[in-house]
Structure formats: structure tokens, C-alpha cells
Design a protein around this ligand. Structure first.
Ligand code: FUB
Length: 363
């Protein structure tokens, strides 16, 4: 085996050469799986928003008329890859901001570092943010000192931080990828969970079982979780619930429906009174959506928003900005390595019936 180092930025957009990452020693890298797609250098639809640091899992929000992106900050720390995603060894968060899509992007520096989170041991994965009570709240997953993921919260007076973390994680929280959604009535809900490396398979009826295994193909798929937040935004106001994610016949997915079932990357938005629950299918690499008429679901599967990108993970946020809808996502254009990603944005379109036009990350 030999290593080919490359930066796809150097391949200009009209490049027709097919480059396969299969010869790269990182090509076998995957978060929780041994499969990795071949990378083909095609014409990318969008370019990385920043290229001096690696960023992933972009949760975008408009605060005070400006766009803020809350991403993971990918770093090459040398932790070997394993099935649990240990090589996603992130240690801090940097918030990005821009006045409008297409404008200059500012990296606002370190907003929160793991050394300042008393309960967290490692792996600051995909965060989200919210504004309430005249404060900005940063929600983030990390492994605690016992080795399981929980979700923490930190506060700031400014959307870009710096944030001050609470001493303890949110009571009753577990797994990864918190998304905090504000409904029209002002109530906030957190959606979360991620299977395999994200450990959701270990949580049944909100109880932890470190021996619980991934589901087998014929078993029911694991469902995402949610809970309403308290008015101070720092606790769950109710016991965590499973979300019912159903196929078009009203049946829950089986694990073998892995091109449609939930894996990770919850993101909720509302349009024309309809709730859109969006997520990644993980090992099949799609960003999908399901719709419902309540923040609690059930949500019925509707289709694919984004086809697989370069890299193993796929993770999105969707925001309306100035009357247009945008999909924020990531791929590995800059590094070719699954754990060193770069965030991007592209416009997203709805059909008149509310369905979403599927996007490709390549032209
Ligand atoms: O960034 C680490 C993990 O990779 C995220 O939490 C997942 O959603 C996936 O993107």
C-alpha cells in the first residue's frame, strides 16, 4: 500500500481526471464502517467556506441579520481510526460568520475549548446553537470521563462566543448531534442521536447498556430522540422520547433500510406549517428528510436532499436566508481524508407541493 497526498483544491474545477482515494492510506478510513467511497475529482458544486482550518457538521443560523455557522473543528491529532470514530478527535469550536452567502467568511477564533468543559474528556462533535433569554447557547456532544457521549451547553453574550460551559452535561442527555429547533410559539426542542460511534444503540428507554450491539438487518432501525427544553435552555423539560420515522406506508424502518433509516445529523426546520426532520443515513451517505405536522412527529419519509459527498460522513443544516433556502454541508475536498472535512453551502429548492429537489455535491 502506498500513500498519495493531494489537495483537491489544486485540481481546478474543469478537471476531468478521475482520482481514486483507494490508494490513499486514509482511504480505508471510515467512522464506524470499513467501507469508503472512491473519490472522483469532478466539478464541485460549491467551494469550501474556509480553507485554513478543517470544519464539518455546519449548523447555520441567522442572528442579528448575519449568518453564523457552528461547525465541528476537525483536527489531525494522530489518534488511530477505529469503528468508534476515535480519530474524530476534535478539541475546540470555532464559529464562522458572514454577512451574506458568497461574502467573506470570518473565523472568529476559539469559541470553546475542551479544557474549559469540566465534565468532558474528548471528542467535541457536531454542535448547534440557539438564541433565547438575550443569550446565545452552544449545544455540543462530547465523551465524558466514563467514555460515553453526552450533550453539554455553554452560554455567551455574543453569537461567536467565547462560550462558558456549564459544569455538568444536560441531565438525561446522551449520544451525539444535538439540533435545537425553535417553534413558532417560542418553544425550543432538541433532536439528537447517532448510531454506532455515536452510541445511540446503547440507549434503550433512556437507559444505558454498554453491551448493547448495533441492530441486525432484520431488526427495527434505531429511532432518533428528542425532548423539549426548559425556559432556561439548560435542561430537558420532559423525558427524552423516540421519534417515529416512518416509511410511506406508515411503518417504521428496519435496519436493512439503511438508505432511508436514521443514522445521525438531526436537523429540524419548519416551512408552511410543515415540520421537516432531516438526517443522515450514515453508512449509505444520504441526507434525507421526513415531514410531519407536530414537532414530536411522527415523520414520514419523503426523499433525499443531498446525495453522497466525498468522504464517509454527510451532515447538513438548512436555513432560510433572505427568502432563499440554503443547505450547509461538508465534504473532504481539501484533504481527501474522511476526518478532515470542509464546510460548504449551496441553495436548495422546493417544489410547489413542499417536496425538496435533490442536490448533488458535484455538477
Ligand atoms: O463530526 C463527528 C461526527 O461525524 C458528527 O457528530 C457526525 O454527524 C458526523 O458528521
Amino acid at each position: 500500500m502506498y500513500t498519495i497526498k493531494f489537495r483537491l483544491t489544486l485540481l481546478t474545477l474543469n478537471c476531468v481526471t478521475i482520482i481514486s482515494c483507494n490508494n490513499n492510506s486514509d482511504a480505508k478510513e471510515s467512522r464506524n464502517d470499513t467501507t469508503v467511497k472512491a473519490t472522483q475529482a469532478k466539478e464541485y458544486f460549491s467551494q469550501p467556506l474556509v480553507s485554513d482550518i478543517y470544519t464539518a457538521d455546519p449548523s447555520a443560523h441567522v442572528f442579528n441579520g448575519k449568518i453564523y455557522i457552528y461547525p465541528s473543528h476537525d483536527t489531525a491529532t494522530g489518534v488511530p481510526q477505529d469503528e468508534q470514530g476515535s480519530h474524530f478527535d476534535m478539541m475546540d469550536y470555532h464559529i464562522l460568520s458572514m454577512d451574506a452567502v458568497g461574502d467573506k467568511v470570518t473565523d472568529n477564533g476559539i469559541a470553546l475549548h475542551i479544557k474549559d468543559i469540566p465534565w468532558a474528556a474528548k471528542q467535541l462533535w457536531a454542535p448547534d446553537a440557539a438564541f433565547a433569554n438575550n443569550k446565545y447557547y452552544l449545544y455540543f456532544p462530547a465523551k465524558n470521563k466514563q467514555g460515553f457521549f453526552q450533550v453539554g451547553v455553554a452560554t455567551s453574550d455574543k453569537p461567536e462566543g467565547p462560550f462558558v460551559a456549564e459544569k455538568e452535561p444536560i441531565k438525561g442527555s446522551y449520544s451525539i448531534d444535538p439540533c435545537v429547533f425553535k417553534d413558532d410559539d417560542g418553544k425550543f426542542y432538541m433532536y439528537f442521536g447517532g448510531i454506532r460511534g455515536g452510541q445511540l444503540q446503547r440507549w434503550n428507554n433512556n437507559k444505558y447498556d454498554s453491551t448493547a450491539k448495533n441492530r441486525k438487518p432484520e431488526e427495527p432501525a434505531i429511532q432518533p430522540r428528542m425532548a423539549k427544553l426548559t425556559a432556561d435552555m439548560k435542561e430537558f423539560a420532559e423525558p427524552v422520547k423516540e421519534i417515529q420515522l416512518l416509511d410511506k406506508n406508515g411503518k417504521p424502518f428496519m435496519e436493512k433500510d439503511n438508505d432511508k433509516r436514521f443514522f445521525e445529523a438531526s436537523w429540524m426546520f419548519k416551512k408552511d406549517s410543515k415540520y421537516y426532520f432531516t438526517y443522515s443515513t450514515g453508512d449509505t451517505h444520504f441526507i434525507c428528510y421526513a415531514t410531519g405536522s407536530s414537532p414530536y412527529g411522527p415523520f414520514t419519509y419523503q426523499g433525499v436532499i443531498l446525495n453522497p459527498v466525498d468522504g464517509w460522513t454527510n451532515h447538513q443544516s438548512i436555513v432560510e436566508i433572505g427568502g432563499k433556502w440554503y443547505l450547509f454541508y461538508h465534504d473532504v475536498q481539501l484533504s481527501g481524508k474522511t476526518h478532515l472535512r470542509n464546510v460548504k453551502v449551496t441553495e436548495m429548492k422546493f417544489n410547489s407541493d413542499g417536496s425538496i429537489q435533490t442536490l448533488n455535491s458535484f455538477k
